[in-house]
Ligand binder design. Sequence first.
Ligand code: BDR
Ligand code: CA
Length: 314
Amino acid sequence: TVPVIVDCDPGHDDVFALWLAAGHPALELLAVTTVGGNVPLEYTSRNARVALSVAGVADVPVAAGARGPLARELSTAEWIHGENGLGGPELPDPDRGASPVRLDDRGATDLIADTLQAASEPVAIIATGPITNVAVLLRDRPELAPRIREVVWMGGSTDRGNATPYAEFNAWVDPEALDQVVRSGVRFTMVGLNVTHRALVTPDVRARLAALGTRTAAFGDELLEFFCRTNDEVFGMPDGPLHDPVAVAVLADPDSVEVVRTRLDVELLGAETVGATSVDLGDMLGREPNAHVVVGIDVERFWDAVATAVERLA
Ligand code: BDR
Ligand code: CA
């Protein structure tokens, strides 16, 4: 199994990323950290604990990280995820119930550092929000870089954006953090809109997950109903793209994706294009490749992985 830490900003699709990481037999979820992104940090930190608590995952520590980006104001996405970040279901109190999940006293950097140091092998970090926490870790604890097996991040795109015409949301919120992580030399894989826009929550997908009949599946179905509605309203996509779990699938089932090694740069200055990811698939710039970029996905296999994981949860 691959030991992983998930750094997230739940967010409907982040919840499914957490469930895929917690439930898939090929992965061992060691820790969860949160960042301000889709909604402010107080909400994402509560929502991550709700996701684990509903799924009966009580033994994974959760710690809060950065409130906002390294060098900019936080921009949020309530229009997709609702005011509290998890519009749709009634949210249980994660501190109570059968599987309480409390917030760790440590901050995200300390929890990640402790987890990396305690593990017997390098640990993968899967980031499904603005990548601020990973940038802070690499800035403050650079000696830990060899303990990181790789960073797999949902964000960016090889084509156009969803926050602006050219920038994907997670890249747009904290482009400086992305730039620093890509430059760090840690193995980096980008899972962008070019593939996550194929992981669509069709009526068949919803029916398959709902038919699992578990508490987690029922909660998930309420999330997906809301998420598909807002994606329809905002993007005209009633089969909402479930972005974040695709980053987890890269490690849970590597054969479900096609990955190329290429050059990735992020736009930090452009008046209209800040946060755009420049992926030089045609090697036009002749620069040294510095990243792995996912360019293909076996959608059936991806949903098999999600269903397999959710089925193993409460
Ligand atoms: C990304 O932005 C967020 O709204 C989602 O959770 C996902 O991480 C998609 O652009
Ligand atoms: Ca996210």
